[in-house]
Design a protein around this ligand. Sequence first.
Ligand SMILES: Nc1ncnc2c1ncn2[C@@H]1O[C@H](COP(=O)(O)OP(=O)(O)O)[C@@H](O)[C@H]1O
Ligand SMILES: [Mg+2]
Length: 301
Amino acid sequence: MSKLSHVNIVKIFDAKEIAGSNNDVSIYMVTEYCNQGDLEQLIFKKRGSLSEHEILNYFLQIVEGYQYLHQNGVMHRDLKPQNLLLHDGVIKIADFGMSKIKPEGLAYEENTRKVGTPFYNSLQVLRSEGYTNKCDVWALGVTLYFMLYGEVPWKIMAGLTKFNLDKIVEQVVSEGLLFPDEIDSNKRALFDLNPKVLPLLQQTRVSQETKNLLKMLLVLDEEARIDWEELFQICDSIKNKIDVGINTINENTNKRYLKRIHQSQNSQQIDLDDSKVNFIQKEQQNILEVIKELDIQQIIS
Ligand SMILES: Nc1ncnc2c1ncn2[C@@H]1O[C@H](COP(=O)(O)OP(=O)(O)O)[C@@H](O)[C@H]1O
Ligand SMILES: [Mg+2]
């Protein structure tokens, strides 16, 4: 694990096994420090105030980190906001306590062991059935839902206990995922959240594209669930759309300001002195700030 080196993976510098008094062994790891803590803390702190664009940006970073793990034959098996750390706005996948390494040149062994965190476990993991590294696709779907709405989709269902979690998960997904911003009065009774929290979640507005992405990740049947290669492609196209949107706006801004300067000079030759260049750059910065706050749909449509 200490050989892994990627900006979106927490760096492990050293690990030591130390034997305890009862023949048990503890593993101590020295890792890079992440100055903004974990993603769960951030979501709770900022509940409702992160834009969809910022959340998708985090999501893309997690997928980039995972792509590196995938290339190195690592299956994480405990992806969740608590195990995603933040340092200066950069996401780092952490806590490899449940991860599994693929034997070189071979496929992943069949997994049936129930590991990880129940709310983020796929049905196959919850029921100790055979599962592949698509269990991490599922966990990422629950993580994205949590980032957008501040809760996992199962926790907002009435009647949830730790003994019926698999049944609730199956019911919620097969009936079509529930989104707090689409709750009508018929469905309201299904929600079991603190009445102070629900209105907050209902204010969140998530684009149809992102809801479709959630529905692709949270597919009950492993065979039918998208695999990592497909997800990498989808993320590339999301990234391109965002980049194209920003470049187009940059280009249009440049043109608009150059035109304005041109007009103000009565069609004389454009003379871009430092103050004008600074002015243009500052305006671009302001516009980029505004873009960050915009709904992703407005940027990519
Ligand atoms: N390198 C780090 N920088 C900052 N916070 C960390 C770091 N590593 C762990 N933490 C915090 O400690 C929590 C537990 O660490 P983790 O490695 O996930 O161990 P475990 O879940 O097995 O107890 C994380 O959810 C995070 O809040
Ligand atoms: Mg952890």
